[in-house]
Design a protein around this ligand. Sequence first.
Ligand code: NAG
Ligand code: NAG
Ligand code: NAG
Ligand code: NAG
Length: 510
Amino acid sequence: MKVYITLCLSVCMYLCEALVESDSDAIIEDKDVLVLTKSNFEWALKQHNQLLVHFYAPLSGQSLGSILEFREAAGALKEAESDVRLGGVDVKKEKDLAASLNVTTIPSLRLYLSGNKNNPVYCPDLKSSATILTWLKRRKGPSANIISNLTQLEKFIGEEELVVLGLFKDLEEGIVKVFYETAADIADLPFGVTGNDEIFSKYEISGDTILLIRKSKPDKQFELGSSTVKTDLVQFIRLYEMELVTEYNGETASKILNSVVLNHFLLFINKTEEGFEETYLAFKTTAEKLRGKVLFVMIDVSEPRNGRVMEYFRVRSEEVPQIRMVNLSDHVQYQLPSDKFDTQTLLEFCLQYLDGKAKPKLQSESIPENWDTQPVKELVGMNFEIVAFNHNKNVIVLFYAPWSIGSRALFPLWEELAEHFRENEDVVVAKIDVTANDVNIHLREKYPSIKLFPAVYSERVVPYSGKRKLKPIVTFMKKETEKAKTDKVKEEERRKKYLNEQKAAVKEEL
Ligand SMILES: *[C@@H]1O[C@H](CO)[C@@H](O)[C@H](O)[C@H]1NC(C)=O
Ligand SMILES: *[C@@H]1O[C@H](CO)[C@@H](O)[C@H](O)[C@H]1NC(C)=O
Ligand SMILES: *[C@@H]1O[C@H](CO)[C@@H](O)[C@H](O)[C@H]1NC(C)=O
Ligand SMILES: *[C@@H]1O[C@H](CO)[C@@H](O)[C@H](O)[C@H]1NC(C)=O
C-alpha cells in the first residue's frame, strides 16, 4: 500500500505543477478538467447541465491516482463530444467552497445536474478512467446489456473472465430495478440481463437470480427476494468476484487492496519449486472455509515484478514458503507460528486470529556478531527484551532509523554516554534500528526516541524527553533509577502489610 502511494506521489508532484491559479471568472482548464473555484463554481453549474466534479487534495496519496484517472476520463469525454463536463476542486485551496458544498470525503466524485448545487448524485468509488466512463454510460441506461438468445449469451460470457448475469422474469418493472442500480454502481464489471426461457433452463434457474459467471462457467448465484436491496447485491458481487485464492499481480493488486474483506492471508511461495502444489492445495482448501472473512492471496516470489511487495513485507525469497496474516485496518501482521502448511494448521491459525488470539509478528534482524563487545550495544528484535527488561540492569536505549539524519546525529552522544558509564556494571547503553526490528512496546513518538528501562522494575519503561545532552540524560537516569528502587521498596512494604493483614484476618476467623 505504501509503495503504491509513494509511486503515485512522485508522478503527481510533477504533474500537479501544471495546475494554474485563476483570479477571474473565466474557467481555466487543466488537461481538459475545469479548475473550479469559489468564484467560478456557480457559473460552471449554469454552463454545464451535467457537471461531474472531483474533490481532491493534491498531495494526499489517495487523491493522486484519482487525479490522473480523472484527467484521462475528461480527455476521453471531450473527444467523444459528451454532454458531461469534468471539473476539479482542490479542497485544500478551496476550503470555503468545499465547506459550503458539505464535502466530507476526499477524494470523491459528485455529479451535479441541471445547475442544482444542492442535490448532486454521489458517485460510488470509481478507481479508473474506464470505470468513470462506464458509470456515466450506465447512468443513462441501460445499465446492463440485454441478452436475448443463447448466441448472444455465449459472446457475453466469453468477453471477460468474470461477468454478472441477471435472470429476471420481468425486465422492466419490479426487483430488476435493484439489479440495474447495482450494475450502474459497479462499473468495473460487465453486466448482462435476460428474460429468455432458454437461458433460464440452461442454468436450471426458475426465479429472479443473479449469476456470477467465471471463465464462461456459472460460479455463484444469488436469488433475489422482495426485500433484496442494492447493498445486498453489491456485497454479494464484491465478495465473490475474487477467486478463492487470488494471485497477486499488476491486474489484481487494486482489487485486492480495495476488497471489502480486510483480513488478508498471504502465501509467499516459489511457484516453480517442488512442493508448491501441495501447499497451494491446503491454502485453497482453507480459503473455502473462510470466504467472506479472510481474503487469500498468493504471491509468487519467482516473479521478479513482485520484488516490491516482498520488500514491503520484508520477505526474502530464501525464506519461503511463508504465510502471513495482515489486518488492513491497522496494518498489523501475524506470522503463521509453524512451518507446517497443512489445512488444519492454516485453519486453526486463521480462527485464532479472527478470535483476536494470534500474536502479532515481531520482526527482527539476526543478532550481530559483536553486538555486546562495543561500548554501545546493538540490539535487534530477538535480543531486545532479554537485554532491556533485565531487572539487574538500568538500560538506556536509543530507538533510531538508520536513514534519519536526526537519528544519526545522536550516535556521538550515545558513544559519549557509553564512555561515561564504562566502569558502571549496572548500566547498559544500547541502540536499536526500529525500522528493521519490531519491539513489543508502544513507540508512539517519531524516532529518534530515548527510553530508560530501569533495573528492579523489569517491566517499567520511562521515556526521556529532555535535552539531548550528556548531563541531563545522566541526571534523568539517576533520578529514575532511584525512583524505581524506592517505588519497589514501597511496593514490597505494601505487599507485606497486605499479607500480614490477610494472616491476621485468617487467625481471627480461626
Ligand atoms: C450543507 O448542509 C447544511 C446543513 O445540513 C444545509 O443546510 C445546506 O443546504 C447544505 N448545502 C449543500 C450545498 O448541500
Ligand atoms: C440473437 O439476438 C440478436 C439480437 O437481438 C440477433 O441479432 C440475432 O440474430 C439473434 N440470433 C439468433 C440465433 O436468434
Ligand atoms: C524458484 O525455484 C526455482 C526452482 O527450484 C529456482 O531455480 C529459482 O531460483 C527460485 N526462485 C527464487 C526467486 O528463489
Ligand atoms: C483489525 O484491526 C482493527 C483496528 O485496529 C480491529 O478493530 C480489528 O479487531 C482487527 N481484526 C482482527 C481480526 O484482529
